[in-house]
Design a protein. Structure first.
Length: 557
């Protein structure tokens, strides 16, 4: 190494600065290292702790030497075989740090490779995943294997070699490290420091590591039991007031079997069956019930009106079945496929609202004599259909499904439904308020009231927001925070990823399972289940309102 005291003092100080900043960086990188690494996630924490411990020993020992003989200290940090005692742990640690810095620099300077072909790997940014995977592999090679007279440094922990072979391996390592100059040490430190900052600050890498934090652990737990809210990765969290009974399955077969509770009662069971029943009833009306009514059999009813009623029943079946699809598959571990199922659910709701509006418009704005199809009617129906089609397109945006987008979703559906209100106002201007009110009264009393009440439960999280068995978080991280704030999975990991949900301060053992604690909202009668019930009542009520409006509009005259 170069006999330059000033340069060697700079190297020791630079190493000190590097290791001081490493503590926070290693905590961040521990969260960012991909859990699908071939070495297994369980090895990361011991590896990081060993590196920090060795680094502190290096600096402590180096500073004690550099004040007197800096050149000797630097030589000892890269000493040759005949200079290093067999039991010199500081020398061994320095050699490993040298190799780590050198190998990492060389790997990061080389062309990027290909990430592991696993489901989790395909869910993260390719370049960041490769860099983190390389860093993880190099880290384990240099800091995970034990350093002793019985184990070879480059072998796995299960492969033992003789003392002679171990001594030969160590000698080879020291020779390779003795050629590392002080200038090279400084260059490698600067490069690695910058590279770590790049990895930590990369927006896509940060967002993905936050959103997929705890993924592998959740997948493993999901093979044996249902999860609680704080065991789920963030994208799988929908309602912070629902704590227990979450599925996290690795196949569609398990999701389908969960319809019949093959793996036990879960928090989507009632949601699935409430709309399965609704789909079956709508199908009955479409294929049998409607055709038996006096409205269907009357010659006074325009064929277009019959088609609109059938369109509504088809839309209701779609809505119910799309809802069943979503609630069946929202425990699927593949986020991309799960999100698609959520889009089906929103699309079903949009189609149902559009069909409900168009049936109302057909009654309100059709002509009283001759052909029922007027320019006004056609214009309103075209606009409503276009809004519905645009809504279905918007439903497939990933942002539409975010928890913080719940108020926007509600506002959109209310806006879509307002087209029906606009047709009511227009009809009142043409035919008089009294006549239009009488004609539309069944919609208000049998349909709209159910939908609006259900929206109230859906948007307010009643009754689960009043549960007293579990201490529910005041707020959840926003989409922006989940994309930028690594403190969520480092400093605040104990808050967002708890081993067990925190019991309410006023909850004792007896109260925890009492009816008043509302523990049952996880499985029955939560806000979403109540919303499903009101949607079912709204669909049935709108069907009956269609029959009433048709009778008043065409059969009463």
């Amino acid at each position: 190494m170069v006999e330059d005291s000033e340069l060697e003092v700079v190297a020791i100080n630079r190493l000190d600065k590097f290791l001081n900043s490493m503590d926070s960086k290693l905590e961040t990188l521990e969260a960012m290292l991909p859990s699908y690494s071939s070495s297994g996630s369980s090895s990361y924490r011991p590896s990081l702790n060993r590196l920090k411990q060795r680094g502190k020993r290096i600096v402590k020992w180096g500073k004690s030497q550099v004040s007197g003989v800096p050149a000797y200290a630097m030589r000892k940090m890269g000493q040759s075989p005949d200079e290093t005692p067999e039991d010199n742990q500081e020398g061994e640690s320095i050699i490993h740090l040298y190799k780590f810095l050198k190998t990492t620099t060389q790997e990061f300077n080389s062309r990027e490779g290909t990430p592991l072909e696993s489901d989790a790997a395909t869910m993260v940014d390719t370049n960041s995943a490769v860099s983190l995977e390389k860093f993880s592999r190099i880290w384990d090679e240099h800091f995970n294997a034990g350093v002793s007279g019985e184990a070879s440094f480059h072998s796995s922990s299960s492969t033992l070699v003789s003392s002679a072979s171990s001594q030969t391996s160590k000698t080879s390592q020291r020779k390779s490290c003795s050629s590392v100059s002080t200038e090279q040490l400084l260059q490698n430190l600067d490069y690695l420091d910058g590279r770590l900052d790049t990895l930590i600050e990369d927006p896509e890498s940060v967002a993905e590591c936050i959103n997929f934090y705890n993924y592998e652990k959740a997948l493993e737990i999901g093979r044996h039991r249902h999860l609680h809210y704080y065991e789920l990765p963030f994208p799988w969290r929908e309602n912070r007031f629902v704590i227990h009974g979450y599925r996290f399955y690795d196949s569609y077969t398990k999701c389908l079997l969960s319809i019949i509770n093959w793996y036990g009662w879960h928090n989507e069971t009632t949601n699935i069956w409430s709309h399965l029943i609704g789909a079956a009833y709508s199908a009955f009306l479409l294929f049998h019930g409607f055709s038996q009514t006096a409205v269907y059999q009357s010659a006074k009813i325009p064929s277009g009106a019959i088609w609109m009623a059938n369109f509504f029943l088809v839309a209701s079946i779609k809505c119910f079945m799309f809802s069943v699809t979503w609630h069946t598959c929202n425990g699927f571990c593949n986020l991309r496929q799960r999100s698609r199922c959520a889009c089906f659910d929103y699309s079903g709701i949009t189609i149902l609202i559009t069909a409900s509006i168009m049936t109302t418009e057909f009654v309100c704005l059709s002509s009283h004599s001759g052909s029922p199809y007027t320019v006004t009617l056609l214009l309103y129906m075209i606009i409503s259909f276009a809004l519905g089609a645009g809504g279905v397109f918007m439903n497939w945006s990933p942002k539409f499904d975010r928890p913080e987008s719940r108020p926007f979703r509600i506002a959109f559906y209310i806006l879509l439904a307002s087209m029906g209100g606009l047709s009511f106002v227009h009809s009142s201007c043409l035919n008089g308020l009294a006549y239009t009110s009488s004609l539309m009264r069944p919609v208000f009393m049998k349909s709209l009231i159910w939908y609006l009440t259900g929206v109230g439960f859906y948007g307010s999280f009643i009754p689960e927001r009043w549960r007293t068995d579990i201490q529910v978080d005041e707020c959840i991280p926003t989409n922006k925070e989940l994309s930028t704030d690594l403190d969520i999975i480092t400093k605040h990991k104990h808050i967002h990823f708890r081993e067990l949900p925190t019991k309410h301060a006023k909850c004792d053992g007896k109260h925890e399972k009492s009816f008043k604690s509302l523990w049952w909202v996880d499985y029955i009668c939560g806000s979403h289940t109540i919303w499903h019930f009101f949607v079912l009542c709204g669909v049935i009520g709108h069907y009956e309102a269609i029959l009433d409006m048709y009778q008043k509009r065409w059969m009463a005259s």
